[in-house]
Design a binder for this molecule. Structure first.
Ligand SMILES: NC(=O)c1ccc[n+]([C@@H]2O[C@H](COP(=O)([O-])OP(=O)(O)OC[C@H]3O[C@@H](n4cnc5c(N)ncnc54)[C@H](OP(=O)(O)O)[C@@H]3O)[C@@H](O)[C@H]2O)c1
Length: 255
């Protein structure tokens, strides 16, 4: 560790926008050197000085290997990996769903997180580190027209729980953060725009009358809080919903 980055190096995947970008910024403020990795390199706004950007496609093995080399060469030892990169599936019933969507969702949301974890685990073990995964409340209770996405998040949860069992005895903490209803920006965020093919009316109906959905910054704070507990305190799972969402299908709407 250095005096500028007393908490070590954090890698955040999918950090060009949304939860990943907010998390990279929050971790940098909390004293981490941050390697922010996604397919697009963020240009606007410019990244704070403690954040280095790195091009990464979590589904591409060569790209993951290149990221591991960047971590190995980094002057600050890796202490935190946040597996955040994820894609929604286009809203569709199972009967109408596109098989390509099923494959790409699983490939990114599950296999991508596995590839990253496998590649960086030796560093995390050596540095008594922490690996966090951004799951979803949909990884516990699915909704109609979202089966491929829900299945990927159920799959991610199974992988995370298995990893924790397999790492028992190693000095690595394993955390799943499962956000509920979140609004990335006024237009819903890139995630919702992709899910609903930019159908503004469909996106608006999800949030209609919901006071204060979660924001990416809310989730980023949870990541930082879990990461900054003492080394023996492992937060297994944090489920977060906005106050208006009592359960997946129980949402209070004012209109
Ligand atoms: N939005 C929600 O309502 C919500 C709720 C619960 C959980 N989540 C989960 O939270 C995570 C982040 O969601 P978000 O809403 O912030 O999504 P977002 O705004 O769509 O951002 C997704 C990020 O993942 C990156 N990404 C996608 N595919 C990638 C790949 N193959 N390799 C590397 N990076 C990739 C994207 O960057 P590039 O395109 O530049 O690669 C982007 O930075 C996801 O795992 C999502 O499932 C979201």
């Amino acid at each position: 560790m250095t005096t500028q980055s007393p908490r070590g190096l954090a890698v955040v995947t999918g950090a060009s926008v949304g939860i990943g970008r907010a998390t990279a910024e929050a971790l940098e403020k909390a004293g981490y050197a941050v390697l922010s990795a996604s397919r697009r390199l963020p240009t606007i706004p410019p990244a704070p000085t403690g954040i280095t950007t790195h091009q990464l496609d979590v589904t591409d093995t060569d790209s993951v290997t290149a990221l591991e080399s960047a971590v190995a060469e980094h002057p600050v030892p890796l202490t935190l990996l946040v597996n955040n990169a994820g894609i929604p599936t286009h809203a569709a019933t199972i009967a109408d769903s596109d098989i390509t969507d099923w494959r790409s969702t699983y490939e990114t949301n599950v296999v991508g997180a596995v590839q990253m974890t496998k590649a960086l685990l030796p560093h995390l073990i050596a540095n008594r580190g922490h690996v966090q995964f951004i799951g979803s409340t949909v990884g516990r209770v699915p909704y109609e027209r979202g089966a491929a996405y829900a299945a990927s998040k159920f799959g991610l949860t199974a992988m995370v729980q298995t990893l924790r069992l397999e790492l028992n005895g190693e000095p690595v903490r394993v955390t799943e953060i499962a956000p509920g209803m979140m609004r990335g920006d006024e237009a819903g965020g890139e995630f919702m725009r992709e899910r609903f093919h930019n159908d503004e009316a469909a996106i608006a109906s999800v949030y209609k009358g919901v006071e204060h959905p979660l924001t990416p910054e809310d989730i980023a704070e949870c990541v930082v809080w879990c990461a900054t507990r003492p080394a023996h305190v492992d937060i297994d799972l944090m489920e977060i919903r906005p106050l208006a969402q009592a359960a997946q299908h129980k949402v209070h709407r004012t209109s």
